[in-house]
Design a binder for this molecule. Structure first.
Ligand code: ZN
Length: 433
C-alpha cells in the first residue's frame, strides 16, 4: 500500500521542485525577489523478512529521493528487528550499509498502524495528537463567536487533526469520548438534549470519519487491484479495521467488497468511494436514531409502539432547519423541557399561553387553546414531540409544524428566562449567521 503512495505523487513533486528551483533564482534579480518553495511528503515504511532487502529499500529510497530533489530528515529513520538473531544480523549489515547507529530502535513508532503481532502500546504521538485536537475544541468553547462559526472551526481545525493517520487502527474509545464531549461543548448542545438525536442531526463522530477515510483509501487501492480480499478480517490491516467498523454500524457482508444494510436498505460497494462514504455516515445516523428509540429517556419510552422510520431525505431537511433556527434545533434534539418537567425539578412554571399549572409538552405545543395551533395535532407522535420532517406529511405540513413549534419554544424561553441573557438568547443572535 505504501509503495503505491510513494509513486502516486512523484511526478507532481518533481515538477514542483523544478519550478521551485527556477523561481528561487530569478534571472537578473536581487535577493529581495528570491522565493523559497518546499514540497512535503509523508512517512514511508517497509517491512521485509530479510535484513538485506529491508536495508536496500532505505538505500533505494535515498537515491531516488535525492534524484527528485527531496530533502530527507535522516534523523527520523527508524529501523528495528524482531528477535535476538535478527537484531545481531541487523547490526552487522547496518555497518556494511553505512547506516547510522542511531537509526536502530527497539520499538518502531508508526502512527495509525500496528507494527507487531503482540498487543501494541499506544504511541505517545498518537495520544498527543488526539489530546491536541481535544484541547483545540476546548479553546473553541471559550471563544466569543456564534455556534455556527464554531461548528465550521470544529470541522476545519479539530476533526481533521484527530482523524489524521488512522489507516489500520482506530483510537481507543475513552479518548474518542473525551474528544466528542469537548466538541459538543464547543458547539453547545442544548443542555437537556438527547445525545443520540443530536448525533443524528449534527454529529461528527470521529470513528465514522475514520471509517470513511479508510473506505476511500481502500477503494482507491482496489481500483489498482492492490488490495487482496482476505476471508477473515485481520487486526492491524486497513481492511480488517474497516470491516469491524462497518459490522458495528449494521452492515452485513454479502460478497467480497460488498455490504448490505437492512435498515437503510442500501448496498455499499468498494468501487463507489463517494457514495460509500455517504452511506457510512448515514448508517451512523440510522444507528443513533435506533439507539435513542431503544433508550431510557422518557420521550423514547412514550414512543413505544410507534414506528419511526429513518428517512435520509427528511433527516437532511430537518438538519438544515436546525442549522438556521436555534428554537427548532433545541426542540428537534429534545432539548426543551416542558413546564411540567421543570416543576418536577423544583422550578415553578406554568403554561406560557394560558398560565395552567403542570403544563405538559402535549399541552403547550398542541392542545392548549391559546397555543395557536389550528385543528388536530399531527398524527405522528415522534413529530408531535420533536417536529422532524417526515414522509407521512406533505412538505407544507412539515413546514407548518416546524414553524409552529419554533414559536412555542420562543414563548417558553421568554416565559422561563425573561430578558435575562441566556445561552439560548446568545444562540438566537449567533444562530442565523
Ligand atoms: Zn395552556
Amino acid at each position: 500500500m505504501l509503495g503505491l503512495w510513494m509513486i502516486a505523487g512523484l511526478a507532481h513533486v518533481r515538477k514542483q521542485e523544478e519550478a521551485a528551483k527556477a523561481e528561487e533564482r530569478p534571472e537578473g534579480k536581487g535577493d529581495k525577489d528570491k522565493r523559497h518553495n518546499r514540497v512535503y511528503m509523508d512517512d514511508r515504511s517497509w517491512v521485509n523478512r530479510r535484513t538485506k532487502a529491508a536495508l536496500r529499500a532505505i538505500e533505494q529510497w535515498r537515491t531516488f529521493s535525492s534524484r527528485v530533489g527531496l530533502k530527507e530528515n535522516e534523523g527520523k529513520t527508524q529501523i528495528a528487528a524482531k528477535g535476538k538473531k535478527c537484531k545481531e544480523e541487523l547490526e552487522k549489515q547496518r555497518q556494511e550499509a553505512a547506516i547510522e547507529k542511531s537509526s536502530i530502535k527497539d520499538k518502531v513508532e508508526v502512527l495509525g498502524v500496528i507494527t507487531a503481532k503482540t498487543r501494541r502500546k499506544w504511541p505517545k504521538r498518537e495520544k498527543e495528537r488526539l489530546q491536541e485536537a481535544t484541547r483545540r475544541a476546548d479553546r473553541l468553547s471559550t471563544l466569543q463567536v456564534s455556534r455556527v462559526v464554531k461548528r465550521v472551526a470544529v470541522q476545519t481545525f479539530v476533526l481533521p487533526k484527530a482523524a489524521y493517520g488512522w489507516v489500520a487502527r482506530v483510537p481507543p474509545k475513552a479518548e474518542v469520548g473525551k474528544l466528542t464531549a469537548a466538541v459538543w461543548k464547543a458547539v453547545r448542545k442544548p443542555r437537556p438534549a438527547a445525545v443520540p438525536l443530536a448525533e443524528v442531526l449534527e454529529g461528527r463522530d470521529l470513528l465514522t470519519l475514520i471509517a470513511t477515510r479508510q473506505f476511500s483509501i481502500i477503494s482507491r487501492l482496489r481500483k489498482q487491484e492492490k488490495t487482496p480480499w482476505t476471508k477473515r478480517p485481520q487486526g492491524g490491516t486497513a481492511l480488517g479495521c474497516l470491516r469491524a467498523t462497518l459490522g458495528g454500524l449494521g452492515w452485513t457482508l454479502v460478497s467480497p467488497w460488498k455490504w448490505r444494510h437492512g435498515g437503510l436498505k442500501e448496498t455499499l460497494q468498494i468501487e463507489e468511494a463517494d457514495k460509500g462514504k455517504h452511506l457510512i455516515r448515514e448508517s451512523y445516523r440510522y444507528q443513533q436514531l435506533r439507539k435513542f428509540l431503544g433508550g431510557k429517556r422518557r420521550e423514547a419510552k412514550e414512543l413505544k409502539g410507534t414506528v419511526v422510520d429513518y428517512c435520509k431525505y427528511n433527516v437532511g431537511k430537518t438538519r438544515r432547519r436546525t442549522e438556521a433556527v436555534p428554537e427548532y434545533r433545541a426542540v428537534a434534539m429534545g432539548g426543551v423541557p416542558s413546564p411540567a418537567v421543570m416543576e418536577k425539578g423544583g422550578k415553578e412554571e406554568n403554561c406560557p399561553h394560558c398560565g395552567k399549572a403542570s403544563a405538559t409538552h402535549e399541552h403547550v405545543f398542541w392542545t392548549c387553546p391559546l397555543a395557536g395551533w389550528e385543528g388536530e395535532p399531527p398524527q405522528d407522535r415522534f413529530v408531535r414531540r420533536f417536529g422532524w420532517y417526515r414522509y407521512s406529511q406533505t412538505s407544507e405540513e412539515n413546514d407548518n409544524i416546524a414553524s409552529h413549534m419554533e414559536g412555542v419554544v420562543k414563548k417558553i424561553w421568554e416565559n422561563r428566562w425573561g430578558k435575562r441573557k441566556t445561552r439560548e438568547a446568545e444562540d438566537l443572535r449567533g444562530g442565523g449567521e
